[in-house]
Ligand binder design. Structure first.
Ligand code: MN
Ligand code: MN
Length: 308
């Protein structure tokens, strides 16, 4: 099926919302890293409400410092842009080089998957009941941008990139849902609702039912997404959504990164507090904006192709 003609769309607006998805994700990572592994009561005691990008946290980051969520997303985005198309080997190679560089943080499941790629060129980690972590869902924004306008392709590539490190039905479903939410927010097509994407996920896997969720925000992907979805659908702006998300603590850099991608796409660049954007490294800021624009430029929305 051909996507709608690009000329009928507001290309500049779409590019800006795509940039807001990548920048929003990095901002959420930086904001949430401060409260990662803290409990809500500890956060209240220490910050009142945590709402400034000040660094610190268990990783002792400089203000604006980001973690694996942003770094792995960069690997995915750079691989696609530099090869000019879907390049799973390029993504895996970048993950491997990133791990060799001793990153500030890396999840155990990602470390294992990347290790297996390095050792035996394994492109899909075997199914594993312990793989329901959020490490594949946290790096979905570039995949959503690159497949904009084609949810079928999104679903395929979401799972391919996920299974480099995670092979579990809940991780697969979460990756696809996060991608759909980002795409639908960017496209603003009234016939494809954000709430529908979230409800479809919860209908297929009750683990993701999120209305009124007040449980933990752990790295278990169902906890992560319930935290993000509850915050996103119960707030009306980027800052409010992110503040609600990261004040839940626990895996706050990752809930922040995912919420930031979805809320960035939904509310746009103007809605991201300038003080949060300014806190990021200027080179990172510039690269994320350029990558977003290049990913969307290569998407089916603007580059219709007959074959996958
Ligand atoms: Mn992280
Ligand atoms: Mn994390």
């Amino acid at each position: 099926m051909n996507p709608p003609a690009a000329g009928s769309r507001d290309r500049a607006g779409i590019v800006r919302r795509a940039q807001a998805a990548l920048l929003g994700s990095a901002v959420g990572d930086a904001l949430g890293a401060t409260t990662e592994f803290m409990k809500p009561a500890q956060i209240r005691e220490r910050f009142g409400v945590h709402r400034e990008v000040v660094g610190g946290g268990w990783l002792n980051l400089p203000p604006g410092g980001v973690t694996d969520d942003t770094e792995m997303s960069l690997c995915v985005a750079r691989a696609i842009v530099e090869s000019g198309g879907w390049d799973l080997v390029g993504i895996a190679d970048r993950f491997a080089r990133w791990l060799e560089g001793n990153p500030v943080d890396v999840g155990a499941t990602c470390r294992r998957g990347i290790g297996d790629y390095r050792a035996k060129r394994q492109m899909e980690t075997p199914p594993n009941r312990w793989d329901a972590g959020n490490g594949a869902a946290m790096r979905m924004a570039p995949v959503a941008l690159y497949t904009l306008g084609d949810e079928e392709r999104l679903g395929r590539f979401a799972v391919e990139q996920a299974r480099l490190t995670h092979n579990h039905p809940l991780s697969d479903a979460a990756c696809f849902a996060v991608g759909k939410l980002i795409q639908r927010a960017i496209l603003k097509d009234p016939s494809r609702g954000l709430r529908d994407a979230a409800d479809d996920l919860a209908a297929a896997h009750p683990e993701f039912r999120f209305d009124g969720y007040d449980g933990g925000a752990s790295a278990y992907v169902a906890d992560t997404l319930r935290t993000v979805l509850d915050a996103f659908f119960s707030t009306n702006g980027f800052e409010e959504c992110l503040v609600k998300t990261v004040n839940r603590g626990d895996d706050a850099d990752t809930t922040g990164a995912i919420a930031g991608a979805i809320a960035g796409a939904r509310y746009g660049l103007e809605a991201i507090p300038p003080r949060w954007i300014r806190a990021l490294d200027p080179d990172l800021r510039e690269e994320l904006a350029a990558l977003a624009s290049q990913l969307v430029g290569r998407s089916p929305l603007f580059t219709p192709r007959r074959t996958a």
